[in-house]
Design a protein around this ligand. Structure first.
Ligand SMILES: *[C@@H]1O[C@H](CO)[C@@H](O)[C@H](O)[C@H]1NC(C)=O
Ligand SMILES: *[C@@H]1O[C@H](CO)[C@@H](O)[C@H](O)[C@H]1NC(C)=O
Length: 482
């Protein structure tokens, strides 16, 4: 009988100590230590295939799940929601929102993808972000550059003498390789103009004038194919034109030619100088007033080997001088290209949210994303940014504040919308950006009113936008099915 009593006593003690929590000094109830340290984070937009696994992230532990039915489980507290930007759907949001629930945004994609994040009323719904902007909490700016060695490696590099020979045999000085032809930057219009003044070999489906070999035709599968890299490496210049312009938005379009020893002719992030290996690593489209003037400069470099090779310091002397770039790469805890020695950027995002929430618990403070966490400006076409009367772009230094000086369409500054003389057709992406601006404002008001639901989103926000003349080209058929 005694053993029974002992076990019973032990169980009671165990139960009291570990299961029921304790009454704190001030009389308030405090949960037992382990409970209060495990947060449940729900991927509202399924993305990471999380099945409810528990992970230790620094000082805190979190459960990551995609199971929305947990919201109806009275025993589970959802501490935060994780969103993948491309799947963000304004008609499907976890509202009403509890005041202590965190929202976290992962969005490494171009502003072409979801223009709502260009606007403050949406961005400030989030407490923490991981985007390509350097001011986000976990910046992904260098997501397409695996290492500094990649920039100095010369295993694929073709020297200038050989490139000259290849040109004598008929290849163009410039390569263009693009298969996404309708983009906010309207790069094809620009390339069309440029090609009137310098020969461009175009292999992708946009403005195609050259055929890729059969085995390289699947653009997404062969991006890293050795034969494709060897083909690009033969050129002196590669057009590196992003699909949209936003500070810190940099893709493989820049890093691939740089890594091959081909000089990129770059348009995209206006603060690009902040990230380049050396002070003369690319030809900046924005330094020229017209495609013709740019072509003239490229022709000049093409016929002067010494001048051309000043752009290849990272290959010829294997020096990368940009300390910001080197430090960002060496400080980076996540890996790319499935680096087995590091976590990927998705796991890094999950854990950084988990960590920040635990740190907030110990040390409360305000955590709200601001416009610098994404906030891309109204889409400018490349031709549109080249107008002769536009001030030259600034040299950005580390920590510089980017001032977009965003103008509404129809504002007094009509000069901003004048079509340049060489013709820059109406850009529907610009309309989408302006629609998103109105939409974010209306949606913000609806969320604050406490009346948000898929139906009120449709009635208040979409009807308002349709009334304002939006969705003429792209009717919101998906939303109307609600
Ligand atoms: C680039 O940097 C080098 C070395 O610091 C310097 O000598 C050169 O003047 C710089 N060139 C330009 C164009 O800034
Ligand atoms: C998280 O963001 C929401 C929306 O902006 C805000 O109301 C809340 O106070 C934020 N939480 C923290 C800890 O700052």
């Amino acid at each position: 009988m005694q053993w029974f009593v002992s076990i019973l006593l032990c169980s009671v003690v165990f139960f009291l100590c570990f299961c029921c929590g304790t009454v704190g000094k001030n009389g308030q109830y405090t949960k037992r230590r382990e409970d209060s340290n495990v947060f449940t984070l729900l991927w509202w937009t399924p993305f990471a295939l999380s099945q409810g696994e528990k992970r230790i992230c620094g000082d805190g532990t979190c459960i990551f799940t995609e199971d929305r039915s947990l919201l109806r489980n009275p025993n589970v507290k959802i501490n935060g929601f994780l969103f993948y930007g491309s799947d963000f759907d304004p008609s499907d949001l976890p509202y009403p929102r509890k005041s202590d629930q965190w929202w976290a945004l992962l969005h490494e994609e171009s502003p072409k993808n979801q223009p709502l994040f260009c606007h403050a009323p949406i961005l400030t719904l989030f407490n923490i972000t991981s985007t390509f902007r350097q001011h986000s909490n976990e910046p992904l700016t260098l997501q397409y550059l695996s290492s500094i060695d990649k920039l100095t490696d010369s295993s694929k590099y073709i020297n200038t003498e050989l490139k000259n020979l290849l040109q004598n045999n008929g290849i163009a000085p410039v390569i263009y390789l693009q298969s996404d032809c309708d983009t906010p930057s309207q790069r094809d219009h620009f390339v069309q103009e440029l090609a009137k003044h310098i020969k461009v070999d175009s292999y992708g489906s946009c403005l195609q004038n050259q055929q890729l070999p059969q085995h390289l035709l699947d653009a997404t599968a062969t991006m890293q194919h050795q034969d494709l890299l060897a083909l690009i490496a033969r050129y002196k210049f590669a057009l590196a034109l992003e699909n949209a312009g936003c500070p810190d938005y940099i893709t493989e379009k820049l890093w691939r030619p740089l890594s091959l020893g081909v000089v990129p002719v770059y348009w995209g992030a206006e603060n690009i100088k902040h990230w380049l290996p050396n002070n003369m690593s690319v030809v900046h489209v924005l330094d020229y007033n017209s495609p013709q003037q740019l072509a003239q400069y490229l022709r000049q470099l093409n016929s002067n080997d010494d001048q051309y090779e000043r752009f290849l310091e990272h290959k010829l002397t294997k020096v990368v001088r940009n300390e910001v770039l080197k430090k960002s790469i060496s400080d980076r805890v996540w890996g790319i290209d499935n680096d087995p020695s590091k976590v990927n950027f998705i796991e890094n995002f999950e854990c950084s949210v988990c960590n920040a929430m635990h740190m907030h618990q110990a040390n409360p403070g305000r955590h709200i994303a601001d416009i610098e966490h994404y906030g891309c400006p109204s889409p400018n076409t490349i031709l549109g940014t080249l107008r002769a009367n536009k001030p030259q772009h600034k040299d950005f230094k580390q920590g510089d504040h980017v001032d977009f000086n965003i103008q509404e369409r129809g504002d007094s500054n009509q000069g901003e919308n004048v079509v340049p003389s060489w013709g820059d057709p109406y850009n529907h992406w610009e309309e989408e950006w302006h629609r998103a601006k109105l939409e974010s404002k209306k949606l913000g008001e609806l969320l604050n009113s406490g009346r948000y639901s898929p139906e009120t989103y449709h009635d208040d926000v979409l009807q308002y936008l349709i009334g304002k003349g939006h969705f003429r080209k792209y009717p919101p058929s998906v939303h109307q099915e609600l």
